[in-house]
Design a protein. Sequence first.
Lengths: 113, 114
Amino acid sequence: ETGVTQTPRHLVMGMTNKKSLKCEQHLGHNAMYWYKQSAKKPLELMFVYNFKEQTENNSVPSRFSPECPNSSHLFLHLHTLQPEDSALYLCASSPEGRNTEAFFGQGTRLTVV
Amino acid sequence: GENVEQHPSTLSVQEGDSAVIKCTYSDSASNYFPWYKQELGKRPQLIIDIRSNVGEKKDQRIAVTLNKTAKHFSLHITETQPEDSAVYFCAASRGNNAGNMLTFGGGTRLMVKP
């Protein structure tokens, strides 16, 4: 257990639904990330938060809305998704500063129907 | 932005043989190069990393080399074992004080046959 916990582990949602993914870390890290992992595609960085402030939005569609209320929690709010958004969504955290190890959660397997 | 290419996409070796995975990157400002291992159904986990001021790093059976001039880096696994079977991802980061901006390669599925 690396200390990064994601819930739920699996989620099936319709295109008109609104749902949220949750990530929690107890490692004392100040940077948190959302990644998307699709079949046959590289891990894609979506958002970066550092000390609760968003520092990177990697051209992600507005149907994905992140929220970081504190350094330990990160949410990804989902609404009006498309079937092509089905993927494994991974949360990660790292200590403050550059070039440090990113610790990943187990991921949420999202299926949009 | 950064672009990381990884080859091969699949690699099958006999137990005990060596395995080599290669990555190239495009952004000369990248200075941190981690390798992650992802077993089936599990999270990616760091196995080794190298920073741009070092040309080679070794940890038991795994080693990583970096050629900054050519902008490529490689993972070497010696004496492979069945438990090395997994997907391996290389990544490059230009990391700043706002956190890591990891760009990942497409992954290599390594299969070690007993």
